[in-house]
Design a protein around this ligand. Structure first.
Ligand code: HEM
Ligand code: HEM
Length: 127
């Protein structure tokens, strides 16, 4: 695995490591307020970005495009906004960052829909 696929997968693995560590810290401290942060680090970070990585590994033609690189950055920046954004919103802070992040994250997913659609019929590594 290399290129965009590797970048997505290594980031995803790092996000779930942080998500797990956060959850263990929460369990130890007895403060469960940050569960939505844990959930989104793991599901937007690990599950979704990990799946993007597997897709790009499986369909190299889709990975070798500038749009795939853009998709990586939009998805990453969306998560980097979402995690502190949710934490701020939960702790009674401003909700703007969480709200803004939702548009960046959904823009990343829209890009992915387009990339998958555009690579229909592409040769799969697994085929
Ligand atoms: C060290 C590993 C993990 C620990 C100790 C852990 C622990 C927990 C606990 C105790 C909760 C319940 C929180 C509550 O209801 O207050 C929770 C919620 C959740 N966890 Fe984890 N978790 C771990 C890894 C994961 C992973 C790998 C994923 C996803 C890939 C995940 C996804 C979620 C989600 C989505 C929720 C929210 C569920 C809901 O809203 O009902 N967790 N976790
Ligand atoms: C634009 C992207 C997203 C936005 C704006 C968003 C927003 C939210 C909000 C506002 C909640 C309620 C939190 C609460 O009531 O405490 C929530 C919960 C949840 N979301 Fe998301 N979400 C997004 C993407 C995702 C994705 C992609 C997944 C899964 C792959 C996901 C999985 C969950 C789960 C499992 C919960 C329940 C977790 C909990 O109870 O803490 N979300 N989300």
């Amino acid at each position: 695995m290399h290129g965009i696929a590797f970048r997505f997968f290594i980031s995803a693995a790092l996000y779930v490591l942080i998500g797990m560590a956060l959850r263990i810290y929460m369990a130890a401290s007895g403060d469960h307020a940050m569960t939505p942060v844990h959930a989104h680090l793991n599901l937007v970070g690990w599950a979704s970005m990990g799946l993007f990585g597997l897709y790009y590994h499986n369909v190299p033609g889709a990975a070798q495009t500038r749009l795939a690189n853009f998709h990586f950055w939009v998805s990453s920046i969306g998560l980097w906004m979402m995690v502190p954004g949710i934490a701020l919103a939960i702790t009674g802070g401003p909700e703007g960052l969480a709200a803004g992040s939702s548009f960046v994250v959904i823009a990343g997913m829209l890009l992915f829909v387009f990339i998958v659609w555009r690579s229909r019929g592409a040769v799969s590594e697994l085929a």
